[in-house]
Design a binder for this molecule. Structure first.
Ligand code: QUE
Length: 375
């Protein structure tokens, strides 16, 4: 594996395997090669008695990780869809390895964390975030859906917050992540961003990194952002979100929002949601609504969620919206995607059945030579 551009820095320090994402110009977006390298190092460290735990962080800057490097993926996908399949498989394998790792993995995210970055954070045994957290699952904007086991971690929030977050790509901070339960109370920690170097040093030096040891190492820098109502705008709007996003389908959600908009009161949230729904890929939003509400996807293991994500990502990227969304938002930046179908009213049950079909599901395999702990 070449790592000539040092997009990821691997090292060992005391008994810790360290992974530092180092691609700040692309907001630390993960290429297939970067995921592959992480998989290789994680597999080697899994069987290395000198390593007791792994800490994943990013170089100082705005982002922990903005997601997958979907921009680079598009030319390859256009040439051959198998490239997209291989990319998603490698990315989800990374999430699966992180989630089933035989030693504690601690992800430390200080800044923008979206999509694939959320996978690296949320599937770790321990999640350390900061007051600078800016978290979103924005994939409906590019013709995908919240993947990387978002059907597990978004669905930890009260229903129907997972739908709301996934459909609109709403950005939330540490306060809401914690207050909504997306950040697990047992394995998630919020620390002061100004102490991030100290935090990483303390985590790297841990002898036996269980929840109690991590907590005591971080006690002096832990903060409780959820106690300030200013820090929990989504929690504060919970009843409002329930009113609108509990509706049975996207057209009903949109109608409910449109009905409120223009009724006086404070319409800023209704307006922002309508704007999001009118800009994002209709099929992606319908897929997201189903994935975040269907009883069938409740209580999945991370491994089962990733099997679905992998299967569905392969299917949805055979359709035109992903290429078009990445073109419009990230390549040409005209912000004028032409979606197929173009309207939420034109998403058919057949389209959804095709994406969610249980026939020909792909089971995600571990890379050869990796023994999972608890699939
Ligand atoms: C939705 C997304 C992504 C996004 C924007 C969206 C995403 C992603 C990136 C991204 C950002 C900066 C980069 C880059 C990619 O943006 O997944 O290569 O330099 O990775 O609206 O899902």
């Amino acid at each position: 594996m070449s790592n000539d551009d040092h997009s990821i820095i691997f090292s060992t320090d005391q008994r810790c395997g360290r992974i530092v994402i180092n691609r700040p110009k692309a907001l630390n977006a993960l290429s297939g090669e970067m995921c592959h390298e992480m998989n290789q190092h994680l597999m080697a460290w899994a069987h290395d008695d000198a390593i007791s735990h792994v800490v994943i962080s990013a170089v100082e800057g705005k982002a922990f990780c903005a997601g997958g490097d979907v921009r680079a993926l598009i030319p390859m996908l256009k040439e051959n869809h198998d490239h997209a399949k291989a990319y998603f498989e490698t990315e989800y394998q990374l999430d699966l390895i992180i989630n089933t790792y035989p030693k504690p993995v601690i992800s430390v995210a200080n800044g923008l964390t979206m999509g694939g970055g959320a996978g690296v954070l949320m599937n770790a045994a321990y999640q350390v975030i900061t007051d600078r957290m800016d978290f979103a699952m924005p994939e409906t904007a590019i013709g995908l859906f919240p993947d990387v086991a978002a059907s597990v971690f978004l669905r930890r929030a009260p229903e129907p917050v997972a739908s709301f977050l996934g459909i609109t790509g709403w950005r939330i901070g540490a306060g809401d992540m914690k207050a909504l339960g997306i950040l697990s109370p047992d394995t998630g920690f919020v620390v002061d961003s100004t102490a991030i170097d100290h935090v990483i040093t303390a985590l790297v030096g841990l002898e036996n990194p269980d929840a109690a040891a991590i907590k005591s190492a971080l006690t002096s820098v832990m903060i409780t952002p959820d106690e300030d109502p200013q820090n929990t705008p989504v929690l504060n709007a919970l009843d409002w979100i329930k009113t609108h996003f509990s509706k049975p389908d996207l057209p009903a959600i949109r109608a409910s929002l449109a009905h409120e908009n223009g009724q006086g009161d404070d319409n800023s949230m209704a307006e922002a949601c309508l704007k999001a729904i009118d800009a994002r890929a209709p099929l992606s939003m319908a897929v997201t609504h189903y994935l975040m509400t269907a009883p069938k996807y409740e209580g999945l293991s991370v491994a089962a969620a990733l099997d679905w994500d992998n299967t569905m990502a392969c299917r949805i990227t055979l359709r035109p919206d992903f290429i078009e969304g990445v073109r419009a938002l990230l390549i040409d930046k005209d912000n004028a995607p032409e979606w197929h179908p173009a309207s939420i009213d034109d998403v058919t049950p057949e389209m959804l059945d095709d994406i969610f079909s249980e026939t020909d599901m792909i089971t995600l395999d571990y890379p050869q030579g990796y023994n999972p702990q608890n699939r």
